[in-house]
Ligand binder design. Structure first.
Ligand SMILES: [Ca+2]
Ligand SMILES: [Ca+2]
Ligand SMILES: [Ca+2]
Length: 285
């Protein structure tokens, strides 16, 4: 009996590893992160066009723990990127979807910049991108017919001076992506077919508008996952089955903003998340 239970647990764990795979997670806490420049910490890199803007671990504001990644425009700066390489070959892996989630807090100010996530392949071709612009409108970068790069205004505006929960879901099976704000689908399109099958990195991206933006951004709870399917609703741990462990995760996180237990991604773990687990209980098992 014990052997059978252990065998079942082992099977469940192997299924879990087959169906969801964390490429990278950062809540920007200490360790491994210390206040100061993120570059050089935990394998992070940076690239700037023009004067470097600042990407620093900060204790000023955080959604999880006491630290986040703060992006500060520097006078004379333009585009800046910070990333940690997380290569994943979707041609050889059964996990052909990349699920990127992050929380972002943009301050309001007199001269606002653009902040988002810019996705690249191993050949440094852009795959797709997402940003909030100076008017707080969400814009996405898609590729018409998988080839022609196009910046698209979504008509969706986000509030500044608060945390919002963002997600990009890239499907290498279909060559498409979808963008979400606080759990709501807000747009999507084709990815760059020339980028190839190897996902490489999801970059923190800042454009310093007119080189004199004076707002700041905080990023927290960055998660990059490779998954086989978009996910059973309520399957908190991503193992393909909605069961006790998912229920317990939501119950233990009840009232918090824990991104792992926030099933509907609206920023709080509450009744709505619990109901989504209960309504789907047993699905996929
Ligand atoms: Ca944090
Ligand atoms: Ca589960
Ligand atoms: Ca929720």
């Amino acid at each position: 009996m014990q052997g059978k239970v252990l065998w079942s647990l082992g099977l469940m764990m192997s299924l879990a590893s087959l169906q969801a795979h964390d490429l990278y997670r950062a809540d920007f806490e200490n360790p491994p992160f210390s206040p100061g420049n993120i570059t050089g910490q935990d394998g992070w890199e940076e690239y700037h066009i023009s004067t470097p803007n600042l990407g620093q671990i900060s204790t000023e504001r955080a959604l999880s723990g006491s630290q986040s990644l703060k992006i500060t425009p520097v006078n004379g700066g333009a585009n800046s990127w910070w990333w940690r390489p997380t290569p994943h070959d979707t041609s050889t892996s059964p996990n052909k979807m990349i699920d990127i989630r992050w929380d972002m807090y943009l301050t309001s100010s007199t001269r606002q910049g653009h902040y988002g996530i810019d996705v690249y392949s191993d050949t440094v071709e852009r795959v797709c991108a997402f940003r909030v612009n100076e008017n707080s409108q969400v814009e996405i970068i898609l590729f018409v017919n998988g080839v022609t790069e196009q910046l698209v205004s979504t008509g969706v505006f986000v509030q500044r001076d608060r945390w919002n929960r963002y997600r990009l879901l890239i499907d290498y099976n279909t060559g498409t992506f979808a963008a979400f704000v606080n759990g709501q689908a807000i747009g999507g399109g084709r990815i760059n077919s020339l980028a190839g099958a190897v996902f490489s990195d999801a970059d923190i991206w800042h454009f310093n508008v007119a080189s004199n933006s004076n707002d700041v951004a905080f990023y927290d709870n960055l998660r990059i996952m490779a998954v086989a399917q978009a996910g059973q609703e309520g399957d908190v741990d991503g193992n393909g089955c909605v069961e006790d462990s998912d229920l317990l995760t939501v119950l233990f996180a009840f009232g918090s903003n824990d991104p792992d237990a926030d099933v509907n991604q609206d920023g709080i773990v509450d009744d709505a998340d619990l109901l989504m687990v209960l309504f789907n209980f047993g699905s996929g098992c």
